[in-house]
Design a binder for this molecule. Structure first.
Ligand SMILES: C[S@@+](CC[C@H](N)C(=O)[O-])C[C@H]1O[C@@H](n2cnc3c(N)ncnc32)[C@H](O)[C@@H]1O
Length: 203
């Protein structure tokens, strides 16, 4: 899926804006966020989720592998004068880990585009300070109709399977909740696609 081409019009969709606000609200409910934290958003796109969390953290690094998304994001950061936000070109499927360590890593609807989930979860774990928090918001397991034919990513995630993968790489206190329900038209009318929020800690 080419996100460079989607970047310019990404923020024009009110559903994407609403979704990001809902995930931010769920994160505030489930995690004792602190204003002195340095957070990392992975797969930030144009930064909708981090802009919804703008006042929650001292510093936010926003990472993505799409140059188109990062260009739109850099423009938004400059326009907002949000000097505590920095963009980062990063693909954890291929790149070495950045040197920085974070208090919180969060990601919204990016993991289903990444082939090797175990490698990604290990990277999230290693990017966290001891005691740090992980928040993953993504699709619950679905039948492939969300993206339609030709999509080569994951058709959502089975919560118990993902929980086991999180335990295997060393996460604790894992908690799943439903944070948003996307609606899309189908042959049988409108169809619901729930998004889970998984939160966990690194001991
Ligand atoms: C569905 S979009 C979600 C964007 C944003 N989180 C939002 O909710 O508006 C998925 C994002 O993940 C990014 N992405 C996909 N694969 C990636 C990878 N391997 N490394 C970094 N970013 C990736 C895409 O460029 C895109 O910005």
């Amino acid at each position: 899926m080419n996100f460079d081409d989607k970047a310019q019009t990404w923020d024009a969709d009110p559903i994407k804006q609403e979704r990001a606000r809902a995930v931010a609200a769920a994160m505030r409910q489930r995690i004792p966020l602190r204003h002195d934290w340095h957070a990392l958003e992975y797969g930030c796109g144009t930064g909708l989720l981090s802009f919804a969390l703008l006042s929650d953290f001292a510093q936010i690094t926003l990472a993505d592998n799409s140059t188109g998304m990062l260009a739109v994001l850099d423009q938004k950061i400059a326009t907002a004068g949000a000097s505590h936000l920095q963009s980062l070109a990063l693909d954890l499927s291929t790149d070495a880990l950045p040197a920085a360590r974070y208090d919180l890593v969060y990601t919204l609807l990016t993991m289903h585009h990444v082939a090797d989930i175990d490698r990604l979860l290990r990277a999230f774990h290693d990017l966290l300070q001891p005691g740090g928090w992980l928040a993953i918001a993504d699709l619950d397991a679905e039948d492939g109709s969300f993206h339609g034919p030709g999509f080569i990513g994951h058709n959502g995630f089975d919560r118990p399977t993902l929980q086991n993968q999180l335990v295997a790489v060393g996460f604790d206190s894992i908690d799943f909740s439903t944070c948003y329900v996307m609606k899309k038209p189908s042959d049988q009318g409108m169809r619901d696609y729930p998004l889970f929020l998984a939160v966990a800690t690194r001991s």
